[in-house]
Design a binder for this molecule. Sequence first.
Ligand SMILES: Cc1cc2nc3c(=O)[nH]c(=O)nc-3n(C[C@H](O)[C@H](O)[C@H](O)COP(=O)(O)O)c2cc1C
Length: 363
Amino acid sequence: MVKLHPLKSPNRLKLGVFSANADGGLAITDVPERWQAGWQDNLTAAQIADRAGLEFVLPIARWKGFGGKNKVREWSFETFTWAAALGAATEQIGLFMTVHVPLVHPLYAAKALATVDHISQGRAGLNIVCGWNPKEFGMFGVPLVEKGYDQAAEWLDIVERLYASDQPFDHDGTYYTMKDAVSSPASLQTPRPVTMNAAFGGPGRDFAAAQCDYLFTTFSEIADAGRHVVDIGERAQKAGRDVGVYTVAHVVCRETMEEARAYYDRYAVTQADRAAVDAHMAGKKEFSQSHDSHAYDRYRQRFAGGAGTYPLIGTPESIAAEMVAIADQGYQGIALSFVNYTQELPYFCDRVLPLLKAAGYRG
Ligand SMILES: Cc1cc2nc3c(=O)[nH]c(=O)nc-3n(C[C@H](O)[C@H](O)[C@H](O)COP(=O)(O)O)c2cc1C
C-alpha cells in the first residue's frame, strides 16, 4: 500500500540529508575525514537517516567540480539512479531526485521519476533546478537559458500530462515538440511525486508558487529569514496555492560550543580548500542569484563550510534551539549537510532529535 509521503507527515519541522551524493557533501575542505561520497557511505548515511525517522534524502545535481586540491564535487552520483537504489534499500524515508530542467528531457524525467516512485512505493520527490554553471552546461553543448523558469513551467506541465493521460498526445510548445507521447507507468503519487524548486530569485519563486509544492531556498540570518517565507506566501496566494518553504544548513554538532567552533574553524578556515572555495564563490556570484548579494562578502567561511548555506555550529541544545527558531520563521523543513555524514549523523540524531521532540516540533 502506498503510504503518505514523509514530507506530508505531521512533524512541524521536517529534516533531511542534503548533498551526500557528491564529493565533499556541501563542504569545500581538505581535512582527511572529508566526505568522499562512495556508494557504501551513501547507503549507510541514508539508512541511518531512515532509521532515525528523518523525512528525506536530497541529492545535489552536479556535473563538474570546482577544481582545487580535491576537485571537490567532480565525483557525484547521478540522482535518478542514486534514488532508485536507495529506494530499494530503505523503508520509509523520502527520496528526492534533483533534475536540471535544461539538461533532461521531460519524457525521460517522467519515466525515471515514476520508476523510483514505484520502487519506493510512493516515496519519490522531484527537486527542480534550472542550473547556473556554464561549465556544466558546456559539457552538454547547451547554453545557459535566460528564461529557465518558462522552460521549467512547460517541462513540469509535460511531466504531469504524461502521468494524467492514458492516450498518446502531441505537444507543440516553446521548448518541446513531442509526437504521440506516452509514459507508462504514471507515478504512484498523484498527480505527480512531491515537487520542490530550488531557487532564490523572483522568477524561481513565481514558478514554485504557481506549480510546485515547496520552494527550497537559502537565508543569511535566522532573525531575518521569515521575509522569504512571507514573500513566497504572497506569490503563492496570488496563484491561489499553498507552497511550503524548505531551507538548507551545514552542521557541526559537538558536546561543547568550543569543540564545535574549533572544528568549524579547522575544516572551513585553516584546512579549507582555498582554490576551490575561490572558484565556487566566483562562479556562483557571477552566474547565480541563489544567495543574498552580501553573502559573498561576509561569509567566506560559510562557503567553505557548506556552499554558502546557514551554519548550525554548536551543542545539541544550541542547534535544536536554532532549528526551532528557523521553524518559527515559517520554514517547514531543513536539509542538512555534515563534513562526514556517516560519522556525524548518529550523534546528531541521538542528541538533537529528542530535543526537537520535547519542544513539540517532531514526533
Ligand atoms: C537551496 C538551493 C539548492 C540548489 N541546488 C542546486 C543543484 O543541486 N544544482 C544546481 O545546478 N543548482 C542548484 N541550485 C541553483 C539553482 O538551480 C539556480 O540556478 C540558482 O538558484 C539561481 O537561480 P535563482 O535566481 O532562480 O535562484 C540551488 C539553489 C538553491 C537556492
